[in-house]
Design a protein. Structure first.
Lengths: 346, 445
């Protein structure tokens, strides 16, 4: 990619930070003014939460090469930890409980990352399933986690930072956007640091990494910890900002797969890829379902429509993975390159 | 359907959307957003319930031309019983004007909607299920667990077991196992069983079956070891037939299993075959198609080719009849509100007022063609359940037979527990308790 962009005359190459800054300016400055509550509640909030979870899993799977099927468990750990810190520690600000929840998720991530020291590939994926089942079981079994609520469903507390209430759709969106931006920026810095290069070295060849002096054990556990921290915070956003109620069943294996698909479809080892993947996974089924409902809603019942949407979605994903195995990010870069070349030649 | 006719249908429907959308601003319509589920593990419940609901709305439109001339409209959004899909559907459907009430038929989705519908001031109906303490209208102005909340259901079941044993004092020393669905719905009754066990002196063991419940070998082996006098099946969907079949496998007598209100349908027993013969379950609405209102639906709706159920043999099944009863309750609430606010499209808050004054005594129920289909309802501003009666039905291998009278749950016993729980919720959320005067202040536009 970098080799290709150097073909473009320097005048056309903008500084790297321009695009994200413009995007953020748009997200902060324009979207809250023009967006409808549907846009925030049904599209942007799940997109932000799942995108952040994708960033977390990408650090583990994309950069450090450790496959995990326990993402939903770490999200659940984060959500329930934040709820309990908020409930049980008097006077702890919201940001405090979120950070602590991230650390709880990180601790659980380290514990379930231990098998990675011996296991690789599919075997590791299977062992991370243990996290998935254990966390869900524990949250259901011990009603203390949900404050002995009868149905096991917890109500998210009111969101407020330094006295500002963020209960409305826009408030929750800005809250989620801020958390996601900060963590994504940190993740971006991380993967271009020495630690990030250690992750990649371990992914590409563990033995070689060991020989050049990378502490494999420590680095793998660090990858699990950082990834789980981010996914845990994503769980907090999912629970507090998006659904505003949480039950352990909302974090089942399907959610773990969903996050894994986001990473694969978006592009492994790419921070942007997680958001591309999340956009596809969140927006695409909605678009299909609205289109289907609009065109054929009077002819078929919603069940038939939903089934056919699944078929279309599955077929498109297969097609897409065949045509662009490196994910949406690669596709995006190719399109952009074409455009740049087209401008150059005119 | 051929390609050409699909295109034609699509063009037609597009034309209809345009033609309906234009005069909609003038014609009075009341809209029901239906967050239905027709695929996934709970499709049997979803298709039956929403089928019955839509059939009744159709009946009102075709036979009466709507409610006092106000046409009833609806559209469906598939949730698959999943919370986040339900939330998306809520956000999608609420943009349409004139919404009367929400009926998601899912405890998980209902929980996620409570804050939202309270802010938007549109009632949320959770017939026969839902969050028990939402019965307290002082704290939950817009939530209605109509007919039967989970605690009333539990009280009804325990009273039924007592009557089988020969009186409430005979419960002492007995052992009851509750096999519950691993979902918010399933867990809702855990505390009330514990409490009733303490009060009446029986022991209770509650065992969870993880969603969706198609494997229960270990749970039933535990039950066999525990040797309970009765097993209460608090299931949902595929969990029920599997439970009955597994009970036979481990040798537990099926006539000592009592099903709750979501384990009482034909779809729960027919797949279990002979294993279900002799199984008893609680219900608020009898099954069968001999009731005048069901007959009218067959005549007016199905014979005109507008019926919602694909399989006509399901007309009059438990879920279908529940959908019809739910339709009656929703429509009558609109009628009550129209008498007060005028024969026009009502706001959600006006419909809320209608639900809070929804009183159908047995005579009125008979006039609606639903005598013996359900007993009665008596909702008030602070009692959002409305004192529904229950009955018990037994499966004989072909159909359900009613085996008890209409029984009243022990409301006096339950009310203080519900109030306490609701007040705790109000305190946690900083909600000010509503008074009768607040309930009469209605937002009319």
């Amino acid at each position: 990619m970098t080799a290709m962009t150097s073909d473009v005359p320097p005048a056309l190459v903008l500084p790297k930070w321009i695009a994200p800054v413009l995007l953020l300016a748009f997200a902060y400055g324009v979207v809250p003014l023009i967006g409808s509550s549907y846009l925030f509640e049904a599209i942007l909030l799940p997109f932000l939460a799942l995108g952040l979870a994708g960033v977390g899993l990408n650090i583990l799977t994309g950069y450090a090469g450790q496959v995990s099927l326990g993402s939903a468990a770490f999200m659940a750990a984060g959500a329930f930890a934040a709820y309990n810190f908020n409930l049980r520690v008097e006077g702890l600000p919201l940001v405090g409980s979120i950070v602590l929840a991230g650390f709880v998720a990180a601790a659980i991530g380290i514990v379930f990352g231990l098998p990675s020291l011996r296991l690789r590939g599919f075997y590791l994926a299977v062992s991370t399933l243990a996290a998935q089942f254990f966390v869900q079981w524990a949250l259901t079994k011990f009603s203390w986690f949900s404050n002995n609520s009868a149905s096991g469903v917890i109500d998210a507390p009111r969101l407020s930072i330094a006295g500002f209430a963020l209960d409305g759709a826009v408030g929750r969106y800005l809250f989620a956007l801020t958390v996601v931006s900060i963590l994504t920026f940190l993740a971006y810095r991380l993967v271009s640091s020495q630690t990030g290069r250690n992750f990649i070295a371990i992914r590409d060849n563990e033995t070689a990494a060991r020989i050049i002096g990378i502490p494999v054990l420590k680095t793998k556990l660090l990858a699990f910890a950082i990834s789980s921290f981010i996914i845990g915070v994503a769980g907090v956003i999912w629970a507090f900002a998006y659904l505003r109620t949480v039950e352990p069943d909302g974090f089942d294996l399907d959610r773990s797969f969903q996050i894994l698909f986001i990473v694969i479809i978006g592009g492994l080892a790419s921070i942007r890829g997680a958001f591309f993947g999340a956009a596809l996974i969140v927006v695409f089924p909605l678009a299909l379902s609205r289109l289907g409902g609009f065109l054929l809603g009077d002819v078929f019942d919603s069940g038939v429509l939903d089934m056919s949407q699944r078929i279309v979605l599955g077929a498109l994903i297969i097609l897409f993975l065949i045509l662009e195995p490196d994910g949406l990010v690669a596709l995006w870069d190719r399109v952009r390159r074409r455009l740049l070349f087209a401008r150059q030649s005119t | 359907m051929t390609f050409l006719s699909t295109i034609k249908a699509a063009a037609l429907s597009a034309a209809m959307i345009v033609s309906v959308a234009l005069p909609a601003a003038h014609a009075d319509e009341q809209y029901f957003p239906l967050q239905s589920y027709r695929v996934g593990p709970y499709a049997a419940g979803g298709t039956g319930f929403f089928g019955g609901f839509i059939d009744y709305l159709n009946l009102i439109n075709i036979r009466d031309g709507g409610v006092n001339g106000v046409k009833l409209t609806w559209d469906e959004c598939e949730t698959q019983y999943e919370v986040e899909r339900g939330v998306e559907c809520y956000e999608r459907q609420k943009s349409r004007a004139g919404a009367a009430a929400w009926n998601p038929l899912s405890v998980g989705i209902a929980y996620a909607m409570i804050d939202r519908i309270t802010a938007d001031k549109v009632p949320l109906i959770t017939v026969n299920h839902g969050r028990t303490d939402s019965t307290d209208g002082r704290v939950f102005p817009y939530v209605f667990p109509l007919l039967l909340n989970p605690y009333s259901e539990t009280s009804g079941i325990v009273n039924h077991i007592a009557s089988k044993e020969g009186g409430i004092d005979k419960l002492k020393g007995k052992k009851i196992v509750v096999l519950y669905h691993g979902s918010p719905y399933g867990k809702e009754t855990i505390p009330i069983y514990e409490l009733l066990a303490q009060k009446y002196g029986f022991t209770v063991q509650q065992i969870e079956v993880p969603h969706p419940g198609n494997e229960q070998q270990s749970q039933w082996l535990t039950i066999r070891r525990a040797k309970p006098d009765f097993v209460v099946l608090r299931g949902w969907g595929v969990m029920n037939p599997v439970a009955l079949k597994t009970a036979v496998k481990v040798g537990y007598p099926v006539d000592h299993i009592v099903g709750n209100v979501w384990s009482n349908s034909e779809e729960d027993v027919i797949p279990a075959g002979d294993a279900a013969k002799g199984y008893t379950a609680i219900t608020t609405q009898a099954s069968g198609n001999s009731y005048p209102v069901v007959k009218e639906i067959v005549k007016t709706v199905y014979d005109a080719g507008k019926g919602n159920l694909e399989d006509k043999s399901r007309i009059g099944s438990v879920y279908h009849n529940l959908g019809i009863v739910n339709g009656i309750l929703n429509v009558e609430a609109i009628r009550v509100a129209q008498e007060k606010f005028g024969h026009r499209t009502l706001t959600g808050d006006e419909v809320r007022w209608g639900f809070e004054h929804l009183k159908l005594d047995p005579a009125k129920v008979e006039a609606l063609g639903a005598k013996d289909l359900f007993h009665s309802i008596n909702v008030s501003w602070d009692n959002h359940e409305g004192e529904g009666y229950v009955t018990f039905q037994q499966w004989d291998g072909k159909k359900w037979n009613v085996v008890s009278d209409w029984i009243a749950p022990d409301w006096a016993l339950l009310r203080p527990i519900i109030e306490k729980s609701a007040e705790a919720y109000a305190k946690e959320k900083g909600i000010k308790l509503r008074t009768a005067d607040d309930a009469n202040a209605v937002t009319t536009n």
